[in-house]
Write a protein that binds this ligand. Structure first.
Ligand code: SF4
Ligand code: SF4
Ligand code: SF4
Length: 155
């Protein structure tokens, strides 16, 4: 299956920029689908025009993980984590809540951080403070891009 990315979603949308969903472009709609600000059903042509049926089914399949994910969409794969601590230092919430520990790589001392290494594996806490949580979420990806083993994913 394709990766859940705005570009892959865009490729399956009608690409007519008809604006019926309220967005100026299909690309903008694709971004908002990934950030869960919009629902696929809001693209009316996909449901009304038979010629888009195959694409609609593929989109429904591609977007399925979003329905079962946590509010932030974070999934940790402990078996891949090597405990390097990169994500702990990269997370902006860790750094602002715990400048003395997380920011200089000594390991968080505060209970208000999101990521900690426990027994050599990353664990998550306080996910409601993650930049990806809630209405004003942004597509923060500090923890993913700094991980050498793809142990953290967001869907
Ligand atoms: S309704 Fe669908 S086809 Fe029209 S602009 Fe929105 S995403 Fe594109
Ligand atoms: S997405 Fe950003 S705020 Fe959330 S855990 Fe990862 S680095 Fe921290
Ligand atoms: S999740 Fe990745 S970056 Fe974080 S400690 Fe594990 S291996 Fe390192």
């Amino acid at each position: 299956m394709s990766e859940l990315s705005p570009m892959n979603i865009y490729q399956l949308l009608p690409k007519t920029n008809c604006k019926k969903c309220g967005e100026q472009t299909c690309m903008s709609f694709a971004f908002k689908l990934v950030s869960r600000e919009r629902d696929l059903e809001e693209c009316k042509p996909l449901y009304e025009d038979q010629k888009y049926e195959r694409q609609r089914k593929e989109l429904e399949e591609l977007l399925k993980p979003l329905e079962s994910a946590t509010e932030t969409g974070m999934i940790i794969h402990p078996e891949r984590c090597v405990g390097c601590g990169n994500c702990v230092v990269a997370c902006p919430v860790n750094v602002s809540e715990d400048p003395k520990g997380s920011a200089i790589g000594l390991g968080p001392k505060s209970d208000r951080v999101i990521l900690k290494i426990i027994d050599g594996k990353v664990q998550s806490y306080n996910l409601e403070t993650c930049r990806r949580f809630g209405k004003n979420r942004v597509l923060c990806n500090g923890c993913i891009v700094t991980c050498p083993t793809r142990a953290i994913e967001f869907v």
